[in-house]
Structures are given as C-alpha cells and as structure tokens.
Design a protein around this ligand. Structure first.
Ligand code: PMP
Length: 357
C-alpha cells in the first residue's frame, strides 16, 4: 500500500505500517486534544501521559526490574559514548572495552578522552574473540561491549560473562529484537532509529545505584541524575511518542519472544539464500555470531555484479541494500518492522539473480 518499498536500510529504518497510520491519524489532533504531539507542551497532561505510557510499555516489553531507571535522551548513541565514562568512572579509573566492530571501536575511542581504556579483546570484524583470550581489568569501572555491530553484522547471542563487573551494552541496532535479561546489566543504551522509532531519541536503561555519581564537569544533559524523568529540559517529544506506539505494537504482537521468533525466521531466509548459492554469495561473519538484524554479504566473483545486484533489487522495490561504505558489498537490515514478505522477496531475488549470473 501507498507505494511503499521493502526498505532494508540500516537506520533510520522501516517502521510498522500500523504505527505510521496511527501517527498520521493523530497528526492534526492527538486524541481530540486539538493539537499534534509536535505542538504540545512537554509538561502538559497530554504529553505526560504519552511519555509515562512509553516508559511503562517498554518496562513491560523488556521486564525491566524496578531498580532500573529509564531515560529518553537526545544526542544519539554517540553522545552516550561520552556520557558513560563521565557518569560511571572517575579520572584515573580504567574502563574495559570489548571491540568487535566499528561501533564498539568508536565507543572506546571516545571513552579514551576521559580516562584509561583497556581493550579487553579485539575481534577481526567477523567474530567474537574467544572468552579465554579476554584481558579484563580487575576493578574496572565497567565493561562495555556492542551487542550487535550494525556494520559488520556481528551479534552476541547472550550477555557476555565479565566476571561480575558492571556490564554496559550498546544495543542500538538490536534493541527490543529479542528478550534480554536486564538484571545482568548495569546499563543498556540504544538509539531509536533502527528498531523502535524515529531518529532523535536514545533510550538509556540504568541500574539506580549507578546514578548520582557523575563527574562534576559532566554537562547537565549528559548527567543521568539530572536527566532522571527525561524532563530536565525539552525531550524529543515526537520521537518518544512514535517509540511509544511501536512499544504498544510489539506488545500486541506477543512481546519479545514472538518478535524474536519472527526475526529468526526472516534472518534465516536470507542466510539460507546465501548458503544455498554454492558460493555465489558469501557471508563474512562466523556462523555462531551472525546478526539477526544486519546481514552483510558479498559476491566474491565480481564487484560489478554487486553493483548490478543493488540496482536490480531497487528496481524491484527492495532498496538500501548497498553495504556500508567502509566494508562494501551488500547489507540487508531486517529489523523488527521488516515484513516477512520483504525477507521472502529478497531471498527469492537472491536466488533468481544468482541463477542468471
Ligand atoms: N551504535 C550502534 C551499534 C549503531 O548502529 C549506531 C548508529 N548506526 C550508533 C551507535 C550511533 O548512533 P547515533 O547515530 O544515534 O549516534
């Protein structure tokens, strides 16, 4: 409907059609309030209801324990790269980073501006280094990792064992794509624009004992204590509203176990198409850590064929399949909101394209 395409963008990315339709229906007058969500006071009763429901629905989705705060902040996941050391470490502390791709590398580099960063393990961009090789710092302020590397397509299949240290996860590109045991984490953060909403909001879920000890020079908008309740200053109201609609949509779809089952099915269609191609397509990622969200693949025989693949796919309404500029090839992002038909259409196209070339 509406001439919509199958959008495999890595982010900002596809949103559920019913959510877009509801936002459209409410655009000029939200629930009879006579104004759109973009026009209302963030401290008025209408928006208070929107943000409170968004938080309680997210709590229900992820079974977030009561001793965790949920913050809706701005500045993207990138700003959290700096907020983490400022809130969770003191000058002179060591913070531990596991590097499995571009985003965890960037997070580690930013943290390096604020203290000592120890690289616990550095992956080869296609696997997670074996646990036995990790070099954890005793007494590290926290251990950071990226649960899903959006560019490389490397995903952890469970919380890493960091021996009781405070675990911090960037879940930007697989947030709400599967059930997660929040109690294993000190902090989880995620930019919205892949799985849960429009750009402009980053969700931070933080255990309350980690809040309140930021360095004095921490900018107020990065200080978790000051930002508690997400109302210190004007929050990204519209983005929070759409995220709230997505949370309701995911709950109605059966919650995260059902969402994960659906994601497993979609990702398998694409990985199976790679496997069935007799080497025409290749996935660079080690099978045990292949991402359910971002699927990079190449056509090893010819970069020209890769170009043809992307352009022919787009003529068949499958768009944004070009790989990230830093790695080339193709990348299919099959987030929560990619319909099953989209994954099926891509798998069928892959088979057809391979048989013709
Ligand atoms: N972490 C991951 C895993 C990401 O995929 C991205 C965005 N592509 C970022 C961090 C940075 O997010 P933002 O652009 O919201 O700052």
């Amino acid at each position: 409907p509406y001439g919509r395409v199958f959008n495999f963008s890595a982010g900002p990315a596809v949103l559920p059609l019913p959510v877009l339709e509801e936002a459209q229906a409410d655009l000029l007058s939200w629930k009879g309030s006579g104004m759109s969500v973009m026009e209302m006071s963030h401290r008025g009763p209408e928006f208070m209801r929107i943000i409170e429901e968004a938080e309680s629905d997210l709590r229900a989705l992820l079974s977030i324990p009561d001793n965790y705060k949920v913050l809706f902040l701005q500045g993207g996941a990138t700003q959290q790269f700096a907020a983490l050391p400022l809130n969770l470490s003191k000058p002179g502390d060591t913070v531990d980073y596991i590097v499995t791709g571009s985003w965890s590398k960037k997070a580690a580099e930013e943290a390096g501006k604020y203290g000592n960063v120890n690289i616990v393990a550095k992956g080869d961009n296609r696997s997670v280094p074996a646990r036995g090789t990790w070099n954890l710092t005793p007494g590290a302020a926290y251990v950071h990792y990226c649960d899903n590397e959006t560019i490389q397509g490397v995903e952890f299949k469970g919380a890493p064992d960091v021996g009781g240290a405070t675990l911090v996860a960037d879940m930007s590109s697989n947030f709400c794509s599967k059930p997660v045991d929040v109690s294993k984490y000190g902090l989880i953060y995620a930019g919205a624009q892949k799985n849960i909403g429009p750009a402009g909001v980053v969700v931070v879920i933080v255990r309350e004992d980690l809040v309140g000890d930021a360095r004095p020079e921490t900018p107020v908008t990065l200080n978790f204590k000051e930002m508690e309740g997400s109302m210190y200053n004007t929050p990204p109201c519209w983005s929070i509203y759409v995220c709230g609609l997505v949370f309701k949509h995911l709950l109605a779809a059966g919650g995260l176990p059902a969402v994960k089952a659906n994601n497993d099915t979609k990702a398998k269609l694409v990985y199976d198409a790679i496997a069935a191609s007799n080497g025409f397509y290749s996935s660079p990622v080690e099978p045990s850590v292949r991402s359910n969200m971002n699927i990079p693949f190449t056509i090893p025989s010819s970069p020209d064929l890769e170009k043809a693949f992307v352009s022919e796919a787009s003529k068949q309404s499958m768009v944004q399949l070009k790989g990230h500029r830093s790695v080339g090839g193709m990348r299919a992002s099959v987030y929560n909101s990619m319909p099953l038909e989209g994954a099926k259409a891509l798998a069928a196209f892959m088979q057809d394209f391979a048989s013709r070339h």
